[in-house]
Design a protein around this ligand. Structure first.
Ligand SMILES: [Zn+2]
Ligand SMILES: [Zn+2]
Length: 398
């Protein structure tokens, strides 16, 4: 793999390091071989694993990995293959497996190895990365992080394969849809009139006023809140601000962010303790809007959300984790419906490849995938999906 291109390199290098000491994994030095913890999927170097000794929790996230003796976890070979083209030699833990486990392990290793070769093509190509999102690239690595030799690893692997399918599906929707059309439709999906989606500066002002008024002037009800905020914003702004205020307050009510305190005859409206600071209220507001949009099948890249909500594209680091969290089984179904509508009906070239891709999405979106399908079939489908993605990306003019 060509590690010399700095632009490509920075993109994924964080995934090829030990999660504990940040040392790059090394093939030649067994102390820096990657070992993946069974439950959380963090991958660390052999040296850090040795230092952990009898610990039962991951030092990164305190997730317990149960009774698996930590010194018996095998080297994560697919990871080594990401770093070095020729993989030879065998780790000691592997040698200790019985024959059945050895053959099972080598099947998986082969499948993962092939997947990692396709992923290598993707992360070394800038054109591909302009279409596949960071989130998709991250999911590819979590797929390889699932040390799939026991049932826990299997479930993590299934989840990662499904997430990858959904991410790829959304990437293609994003590539084929018209952003302007999307923005126009977004307002009606959110229950707003054309042009009513509040400007970023107004959004910020309204949210800050909500916090201030509730804290300092005693608000008795949502109507009282809407009225007071509107009065204060309207004073400086001539534009009719009322629909925007109502929209924002309703959205926060829906979360719900407020609680009503009853004091004798009168009631007072409070923000729940978790939402009393602007940053936390802002976070929940952002994720509510994105959630509502995604439920209606509206997908935008993180930098576009950042532009819409903040007025600049650089807040994608805030938006990224919100979108990641919202990806679920049900949203995968919505995404597939959008994929049919936007991608397959667009008359795009490579319709055969795009059609085949959808079959993989349908397979991976199955609610009972872990029960209905074998690990081998999920592995095959994931590999075939990735190969098809590369083939489509290759043919796209850019
Ligand atoms: Zn962990
Ligand atoms: Zn380490």
């Amino acid at each position: 793999m060509d590690l010399s291109k700095p632009t490509v390199r920075s993109y994924y290098m964080e995934f090829l390091r030990c999660a504990a000491c940040s040392q790059n994994f090394e093939y030649e030095n067994p102390l820096y071989h990657p070992i993946t913890l069974p439950k959380c999927g963090h991958t660390m170097c052999k040296q850090c694993i040795n230092i952990m000794g009898g610990q039962k929790e991951c030092p990164q996230d305190q997730v317990s990995f149960g009774n698996t003796p930590i010194d018996q976890l095998p080297t994560n070979y697919p990871f080594l293959m990401m770093i070095y083209r020729s993989s030879e030699g065998q780790c000691r833990s592997y040698m200790e497996f019985d024959d059945q486990k050895k053959s099972y392990f080598s099947d998986i290793e082969k499948g993962f190895g092939e997947i990692s070769l396709v992923i290598m093509q993707i992360i070394n190509n800038k054109k591909y990365q302009s279409i596949l999102s960071r989130s998709t690239i991250r999911t590819m690595f979590s797929l390889l992080h699932s040390q799939y030799i026991n049932n826990e690893g299997f479930l993590i692997f299934i989840q990662a394969a499904r997430n990858l399918g959904e991410n790829v599906c959304i990437d293609f929707i994003l590539h084929y849809q018209s952003l302007q059309e999307l923005k126009n439709n977004l307002e009606s999906a959110l229950g707003l009139q054309q042009g009513q989606f509040p400007e970023p500066a107004i959004e910020e002002k309204i949210l800050k006023l909500i916090i201030l008024l509730i804290k300092c002037s005693g608000i008795s009800s949502e109507q009282h809140l809407m009225y007071s905020v509107t009065q204060l914003v309207q004073r400086k702004d001539q534009k009719n601000i009322q629909p925007s205020v109502e929209y924002i307050v309703r959205l926060l009510l829906d979360v719900p962010c407020f609680e009503i305190e009853q004091v004798g005859e009168s009631s007072s409206m409070q923000l729940k303790p978790a939402f009393q600071k602007y940053e936390s209220l802002r976070r929940v507001y952002d994720s509510k809007i994105i959630e509502m949009a995604m439920q209606c099948g509206f997908y935008m890249p993180p930098e576009q959300w950042s532009l819409l909500l903040y007025g600049y594209t650089t807040n994608e680091s805030i938006i990224d984790p919100i979108i990641d969290k919202l990806l679920t089984k049900t949203s995968f179904q919505t995404a597939i419906q959008q994929y049919k509508k936007i991608v397959l009906l667009s008359g795009a070239a490579q319709s055969q490849d795009l059609n085949d891709l959808m079959k993989h999405f349908q397979f991976l979106s199955n609610d009972n995938l872990a029960i209905d399908a074998s690990g081998a079939s999920v592995l095959t489908s994931t590999l075939d999906m990735l190969k098809r993605v590369v083939s489509i990306l290759n043919k796209l003019k850019k």
